[in-house]
Design a protein around this ligand. Structure first.
Ligand code: AHR
Length: 516
């Protein structure tokens, strides 16, 4: 009887081990193959004069009872400093090619107004302009990325803006800047030569844009001590012809006046199923498929860039990315105010893994948009402020900034729904300047956990710790009433076994492991 029981136990154990062995994903983290650094600028953000991003987001009514510097809201600033945002893209977006920067300088009472035609036809009072933006960047300790007006502006207007921003000698623009209270130039490095000029920025063909770029970029000057990194308008989604014509037109003998090419891709949920918080698993699946397409697009555009720029001198800048849901019911459709769920966090984690793994070509990216617009990391309601699930992804992933990317090898299991499948697991790894290794793993399968076993080439470590972002449902989100439904928690399920690291990645979760 005792022998029978032992045999049964052994059989159960063997069966369990076989199951584990069959489904465990073997991952190799190969530090020996590491070549590239993950530029911290991949973790950038975008803030446009759109809806409640600038006005009533960062820049609030003087009577609002929150900590402020002038009209800049300091609780928002503190939250963004915590996730170390490396750059901020401004003033648009579509707004950029209608914006005349001189309307936004000088005494507030004398600034002219304009209509924000793209975003709700609201009156823009220009109270937030160049000085206010650069003050915000100083408070955030972040680098400005200013987008100039190529669509409806002139080369002279663009040239004068750069002179106002960056010139330290005697000149009309220096005098004007000093009159407006700023003696020393700011030294702005990143400057966009137009935005989406294939669409809202002028509906140009790529051939026409190339001619325009070459003319405008000529007048974006490098003043002593302030070299500018010019960023040309790149393609939308899978428009490979734009990239081809652009790269052919702006490179000569492997050299280009452009530091970057600004590519935009948004994740759209399926038509008619755009609610940010009320969606089915089928909608989730289709949306994730659209989000994961980012990798194919990055590879496609990079391959074209490789032809003209084999030395990878020109960066692929993903200047606008994120999920574009329906606006929240009852809000202005032109303001693009949307909630943000665990699904959006899984998209952010997966996208940032893609960017990390393609950091040979991607040197910069901006999530659209920081506060109260699209896939925001912060939502505000009068004095209240909440952090979205996407915010927590940027918090978890900040460890990758400026770290050495460690290539990973693995075969993902499938997330299957209605006979269709997607790779369930994605990840990236890096090693920081102190030798600490971080691995960010995303399991997009909402129903099944994934056991993984990591092995390492040329990595020394003895301790592992972890953090996790997950929740009971993919639709879960943080509200002003319940702001902590989706938050980071400690994760201590990863175990060192010999030199391997074994861990079960829970369904619909983002896990970041730290190895020391
Ligand atoms: O982020 C919202 C809009 O999306 C931007 O203004 C534009 O560049 C893009 O089409």
């Amino acid at each position: 009887m005792k022998a029978k029981k032992t045999v049964l136990l052994l059989l159960i154990l063997a069966f369990g081990l076989t199951c584990f062995a069959q489904s465990t994903v073997e991952i190799l983290v190969d530090a020996e193959a590491a070549q590239y650094k993950i530029n911290r600028h991949i973790y950038g953000h975008f803030s446009e004069h759109l809806g409640r991003c600038i006005y009533d987001g960062y820049w609030v009514d003087p009577t609002m009872n929150v900590p402020k510097d002038g009209r800049i809201r300091l609780d928002v600033v503190a939250a963004l400093r915590h996730i170390k945002i490396p750059n901020l893209r401004w003033p648009g977006g579509c707004f950029a090619d209608e914006y005349h920067w001189m309307d936004g300088i000088g005494p507030g009472s004398q600034r002219p107004t304009m209509i924000n035609t793209h975003w709700g036809n609201v009156t823009e009072d220009n109270s937030f302009g160049t000085h206010e933006f650069l003050k915000l960047c100083e408070l955030l300790d972040t680098e400005p990325f200013i987008v100039g007006n190529l669509g409806s502006g002139s080369p002279q207007e663009m040239m004068q803006w750069v002179e106002y921003l960056n010139f330290d000698g005697v000149s009309p623009m220096t005098n004007l800047r000093k009159q407006n209270g700023r003696d020393v130039p700011w030294g702005v490095t990143y400057f966009g030569v137009g935005n989406e000029n294939w669409g809202c920025g002028g509906n140009m063909t790529p051939e026409y844009y190339v001619t325009q770029y070459r003319q405008f970029a000529t007048y974006v000057k490098n003043y002593p001590g302030s070299p500018v990194r010019k960023i040309a308008c790149g393609p939308s989604g899978g428009d490979y012809n734009w990239t081809e014509v652009l790269m052919a037109g702006i490179t000569r003998g492997g050299r280009s006046s452009a530091w970057g090419v600004d590519f935009h891709y948004y994740t759209n949920p399926p038509r008619g199923a755009g609610s940010a918080t009320n969606f089915t698993e089928a909608t989730y699946f289709a949306t994730m498929r659209n989000a994961l397409r980012m990798e194919e697009l990055v590879k496609g555009h990079s391959a074209i860039m490789d032809k003209y720029d084999p030395q990878k001198r020109v960066s692929l800048v993903v200047g606008e990315w994120g999920i574009w849901n329906n606006v929240e019911p009852g809000t202005n459709p032109g303001f693009l105010y949307q909630q943000n769920s665990l699904r959006d966090a899984l998209i952010a984690g997966s996208t940032l893994n893609i960017f990390n793994n393609h950091c040979d070509r991607i040197q910069m990216a901006q999530l659209a948009q920081t506060v109260n617009v699209l896939q925001a990391v912060i939502l505000t309601q009068k004095e209240k402020m909440i952090l979205t699930p996407t915010y927590h992804v940027f918090d978890l992933y900040k460890v990758h900034q400026d770290a050495k990317m460690l290539p990973v090898k693995f075969a993902s299991p499938n997330y299957v729904l209605d006979k269709e499948s997607l790779p369930a697991l994605n990840l990236s790894a890096s090693q920081d300047s102190l030798g600490v290794v971080h691995i960010s793993l995303v399991n997009i399968d909402p129903n099944n956990s994934i056991p993984v076993s990591l092995s390492f080439n040329q990595v020394k470590w003895s301790n592992v710790s972890g953090q996790i972002l997950t929740s009971a449902n993919i639709t879960d989100h943080n509200t002003f009433e319940k702001p902590e439904t989706v938050v980071i928690k400690k994760f201590d399920a990863a175990k060192k076994q010999g030199n391997a690291l074994n861990v079960n990645i829970p369904a619909k979760s983002i896990v970041v492991l730290e190895l020391k």
